[in-house]
Each structure stands twice: as C-alpha cells, then as structure tokens.
Design a protein around this ligand. Structure first.
Ligand code: BDP
Length: 691
C-alpha cells in the first residue's frame, strides 16, 4: 500500500459488505461510447476489488443490474435528467422490465460517469445500495485544477516530486499515470485542468507544445476533463518578434486570434487561457498603460468564436504601491467591474494576501457584482507545512465558502458569489492549485491526498462539510470501519487549526521564511520590497502587535460591505481568529478568555504543539488497523510535524519576546534555543520555490 490508488482503492470488504454490494451489482448494462465504456470499466473494477466477483456486461436487463443511461439511451421508463446540467447525475433503484435494478442516469455521458463514481463511493463507504434515490448536480460550472508545472519538469510550490507531465516524451509517450490522473479527477467531478504554471513560458504556445497538450486533451476528453493553458502576456513578442504586446494594437490581437485558431484546430474543446499579468514581475497590459480589462477582453475575443474563456487572475500587488498589500487587488479590479467581456472570469485567491494558514475572505468577493469571480484555493500547502505536516484543508475551504460577505444582506456567502446565484452569473468557476507530482502517493503524503479530494468534492457541492468529506475520504482511503474512520476524521478536523496555532495564531500572517515559506522567520526585515518582510505583516513592537487595517489604519476594512466593515473596525466585534489581521493591539489587550493578548498568543503556540502530540498518540493507536507502509509514513511525518511545530513555537516566541520584553505565562516553557540560533538556520535547497 504505497498510496498510489488514492481513494479509488477498492480494497476487499467483509462478507456482509460483499453481499450488500454484490446484490445490487450483478451485471452492468451500458452503451459502447468512450465515456460509458470507462464507466463500465470503473464499475467492474470497483465491484471486483470490493467483492472479489466480476459483474458481467450484458445487453439485456437482468435482476440486480446497474443500468447506465445517458440521454441517448433514455426511454419512458428511465429516470428524468432535466435539471442535471452537463455534469450531474441521478441514481435510482427501481423496477425495469419487472426486475429490480439500479439506474445511473445523466443528461450526458459525463454525467453518467460522475454517477458511476458516486455509486462506487456509496459502495466503498458502506452505504445501503438497495434503496437509492439521489440527484446531484454541481452549481459551479468550471471545477479546475491549476498546475504550477514548468516545462522543465519542476513544479513551483510542488512538494510531491517532479511534474506528472512528461513534456519531453509527449505527444508520443502517454504513460498510465495520465489515465489514473483523469480517473481520480473525474471521480470527484473535476472537469478541467490548466496544464502549466501561471508564471508561464511562451514556449507552451508553440506548435510542438500545442501538440503535446492536445495529446493530453485526447486522453482526458472521455473523462469529461478539458485542457486549458496559462499564457505569458509577451508571447507574441517572444515567439514571433512583434514589437509590442499592447492589447489595443491590432497586430497583437490578430496574433492571439491566429494562435487561438491554431490551438482549437488541435484541441477542438480547448477550455481557454489562464493569465497572471502585471503581478510579481510578469508582463501585462499595464506595461502599455492599459487595464486588466483591456488585456482580458482582447484575449477573450480570440477564444470567443471557439467557445473558450479567459480566466484573469486578480493576484496583483506592485512594488511601487505604498498601500497595504491586502488592498491592492481590490483597488485595481473593483473599478473595472462591468468592463469585462462575457467570456472572462476573474480568478481571486481565497484571501487578500497569499494562501496563509488562515485569511479572512478576499474583499473582492461580493464587491464586483457585474463580473463573474472564480475562487482560487491552493491545494498544495505552500504555507501549511507542505508535504510533511498533516493540515487538512477541508476546514479552510469550508470556512472561506461559508464566510458571509453581507454584500446583499445576511446569507451572501462567498459560495453564493462564486456559484453565480448571488449576482446572477452563468459563468462560474473554482480552481485549486494542484498538489500532484510523480511521487508514488501523488501528493507528497497520504494525508495530502485528502486535500485534493476535498477540493474536488467541495467544488462539486459547496454545501458539503469538511467533516463529511473527511469521513468519505478516510473510509475509502483506509477502511469504512467506524473505529478507523472516527479517529482519523478527528485528527483531520483539528489539524489545520493546530497549524494556525503553532504558526500564525490570532490572525497573524506571512511570517514564514523567505522563499521557501516553510519554517518561521518573523524577524526578517531587510528584503527589498516592504511587503516581502514578515515584520511588515505582524508589526510587533514593545507596545503591541498586529496590522491596523481599520478605518483609521490602512482602511482595508473599508473594502468589505459596510455592515461587515463596521464589525471589523472594532476589535470586539472582529472574529478573534482574525484579530491581528485587522488590528494592532497592546500586549495587555484582553482576549475573550480574559487573558492578555500576550499570554493568549503564547497559549495558542503551546496548544498547537500539544495538538500535534495528541494527533501522534491517536495515530499510534491505529497501528493494528492500518497497513504497515502507510502507517509508517504518517507516523514519521507526524514526528517531523511535532518537531517542527515546536520549532515554530519556540522561534516565534523567542522573537516576539525579544520585542515585547515580557515574561512567559506560568507553565509555558522557554524556547529551547536563543533567538539567534533560529535566525541562523538556513534552507537553501528547500523544495518548491523558484531558485
Ligand atoms: C505565491 C507563490 C508564487 C506564485 C504566486 C502566484 O509564492 O510562487 O507564483 O503565489 O500565485 O503564493 O502567482
């Protein structure tokens, strides 16, 4: 058990389980289309793995059969598929031709495939299969992975080995991993993938690389997955010697139009472009005194005749902008609301800074009613312990999606902004920066697989709770035995809060080491750009700590809906978990617990370390129930996490104490080393960051 099989493991169930599954899966009926053949194969493979019995394919309906029905196979007896959209499915146990069967229906073959995976999920997690009547359709149209994969095989912020795209040997060699990748994504309902890094190279738009992307698109198509590309703004200059990349220059627009035509010739269902422009040194339309909307609309016109879209990222902050970094995306984009073409969607990170262990939701959500906004989550855990720390992201996703923007009164959640229901948008999307590489376990650790899983499941259904998703994942990945599922879910559910506690409690952010973003470095103050320095974010001094973003500070609170801004302007009505994100407060400020801010901060750090120790103890008890290989990996990684949680705690406390000059509260141990010891550590070869 090396983790390669992910949640599609199909390990044998006990006799009662085999009976439960076998009775409802005695044979399979389905047409010979490419996608339904995949659905048939997946069902056969799953049922055989779980029960040891292979369900034969039959042409006629038999008792206990599974019937795969997409629109083409509908008759009067079939399950209605209206309202399921292009991706949804219905599963119903019913009588057909006098025989009890299970019908898996969809308006399209892709819908049926999603239904087949859903049925398998029910089978694997121990659900009853003899009485099913369910319908499920995603509210968000684009559910995409973003690969930050480079053409040389490295992965920016990748902690699971090299890129899974073997660009060098594509388009000829298409190894089995691509198919398994498609299976895993389709099983969650992920329906698109952006193949290359947002810090893009022009080369991905050359004929040779378009052919490579087309080979992957051909493989993914029957799984309902489209391919997209990140593009570099100056590609027309770099590839064909154009004099400029001005979006309003007709030659530039013509170049992109011809490029789009060329791509669509090779990939008729190509999804479109993802763009990082005028951000962290990337070129963009602002270099020509044009706006993001000018740039996005020019590209949008190029893909429009083919039905393509442009995803334009709002992750921008500029070195010559003295304003609070947390405010800059809003300042740039809010004035452009209503100016984007109808096949443009603006992609916004979950928070205003950068994928921190915790951030309040991005103020753009709810602030651009005339523009479709898509969510960008980071599945790869750049700032959350990368591959070794167990920090389940389901809770982060849930917290963000359920945050209330109050933009149109109570209940205006971020989920409703991105599913289009709040402001009436049809183009809707959610992206996750992938945590996938060539490691045998795909994601750098067994538990990181849960973040990929949770992203896909919650993209499909934003109402799912992190806990329900953890439960499903644990049952399929380890065992449906409640004695296994319950303790694993309990570990997962407190894991991210533990990391917040031992890294950045009470709303602190961005105090990680420069470049690698792995360990603590709250002391860093000498980097060229102010907002690269941790001291910019925590602003700790003798008197207190925190970033004043209130009306009288940077006024980042003013970017939220007035009703919310009012709450955030007051530390007493700011959620305590975000306290220091919005407020600079004296060390003696009283927390809700009654203790001082200083004591509370230390206690959060202590609690983070203790929680990891408790997770270690809980895992140790699972030894008899988990296979040796995966048990050992998790055990070792938890030991690393515990050691590093201690490191985070000690380094941060040593630093903050050097600033505050305060004694530690009774019962809290002094850091193991003096501050200089922590400062002297260096990690020149840490993975995942551009060298
Ligand atoms: C930051 C990463 C950087 C990415 C950037 C982005 O540190 O490597 O290029 O985001 O999202 O989180 O563009």
């Amino acid at each position: 058990e090396d983790g390669y099989d992910l949640w599609l493991r199909n390990a044998p169930v006990d006799a009662a389980g085999a009976q439960r599954i076998g009775a409802s899966a005695q044979s399979i009926v389905g047409a010979d289309t490419p996608t339904l053949m995949i659905a048939r194969r997946e069902l056969q493979r799953g049922i055989a793995g779980l029960t040891g019995v292979t369900a034969p394919l039959t042409a006629t309906v038999q008792q206990g059969a599974i019937l795969l029905q997409s629109a083409a196979q509908q008759d009067e007896a079939s399950v209605p598929t209206d309202g399921l959209g292009p991706d949804g499915y219905a599963i119903r146990t019913m009588t057909v031709a006098g025989k009890p069967v299970t019908v898996i229906a969809g308006a399209t073959d892709a819908g049926v495939l999603h239904g087949a995976y859903a049925w398998l999920r029910l089978a694997r997690t121990g659900a009853a299969l003899d009485r099913i009547d369910m319908r499920s359709a995603p509210r968000i149209g684009l559910r995409l992975l973003n690969h930050w994969d480079n053409l040389d095989g490295t992965v920016e912020r990748g902690y699971a080995g090299q890129s899974i795209w073997d660009w060098w040997r594509l388009p000829d060699y298409k190894g089995p991993r691509y198919t398994d990748y498609a299976r895993a994504n389709a099983s969650l309902g992920i329906n698109g993938t952006v193949l290359n890094n947002v810090n893009a190279k022009s080369d991905s738009l050359t004929a040779a690389y378009i052919a490579k992307a087309a080979a992957l698109a051909d493989l993914f198509r029957p799984y309902g997955i489209k391919v997209y590309l990140s593009v570099k703004w100056t590609a027309p200059m770099e590839l064909d010697g154009l004099k400029s990349a001005d979006p309003l220059d007709p030659a530039v627009a013509a170049w992109w139009k011809a490029k789009a035509d060329q791509i669509y010739k090779a990939i008729p269902d190509f999804g479109g472009f993802l763009v990082k422009a005028n951000s962290e040194g990337q070129p963009g339309p602002q270099d020509y005194k044009r706006t993001h909307a000018d740039g996005a609309n020019m590209l949008a016109a190029a893909v429009k005749p083919h039905g393509g879209i442009v995803m334009w990222r709002a992750f921008v902050y500029a070195h010559d902008n003295p304003d609070d970094r947390a405010k800059q995306a809003y300042s740039d984009f809010k004035p452009l609301d209503g100016q984007f073409a109808d096949n443009v969607i603006v992609q916004v990170k979950n928070g205003a800074i950068d994928f921190q262990p915790r951030e309040p939701f991005h103020p753009l959500f709810g602030a651009m009613p005339k523009t479709p906004l898509m969510m960008e989550f980071q599945i790869t855990k750049e700032y959350l312990g990368q591959s070794t720390h167990l920090t389940y992201l389901g809770t982060l996703f849930e917290e963000t999606l359920k945050s209330d923007t109050l933009a149109k009164g109570k209940g205006s959640t971020v989920a409703k902004v991105i599913d289009g229901s709040l402001e009436g948008h049809k183009l809707t999307g959610i992206a996750g920066v992938a945590n996938i590489g060539v490691d045998r376990d795909w994601s750098g650790s067994i538990f990181n697989q849960a973040d990929w899983y949770a992203f896909g499941r919650m993209a499909w259904d934003t109402d799912l709770t992190a806990e329900a998703v953890a439960r499903e994942w644990a049952a399929q990945t380890f065992s449906p035995d409640p004695n296994v599922v319950a303790p694993i879910v309990a570990m997962m559910m407190r894991s991210r809060e533990a990391a917040v506690d031992y890294m950045t409690p009470l709303g602190l952010a961005h105090i990680m080491g420069t470049g690698h973003h792995y360990g603590p470095a709250p002391w860093v103050s000498e980097l060229a750009r102010p907002e690269w320095n941790p001291v910019y974010y925590h602003k700790a001094d003798r008197q207190g700590i925190g970033f004043d973003r209130t009306r009288t500070g940077s006024n980042a609170t003013g970017q939220y809906a007035p009703a919310l801004a009012k709450l955030l302007d007051n530390p007493r009505t700011t959620p305590e978990r975000d306290l220091l994100w919005f407020h600079h407060l004296p060390w003696d400020y009283r927390l809700q617990s009654g203790e001082t801010l200083w004591d509370g901060l230390i206690h959060h750090y202590d609690r983070g370390v203790e929680t990891v120790a408790a997770m270690q103890r809980d895992w140790a008890k699972l030894k008899p129930q988990v296979d040796a290989e995966r048990f050992a990996q998790v055990e070792t990684f938890l030991a690393i996490q515990h050691r590093e949680a201690q490191w985070w705690r000690d380094a941060c406390i040593a630093y903050f104490q050097s600033v505050s000059g305060r004694p530690l509260p009774a019962g809290s141990a002094a850091p193991a080393h003096p501050l200089d010891w922590y400062k002297a550590l260096s990690f020149p070869y840490a993975p995942g960051h551009p060298k």
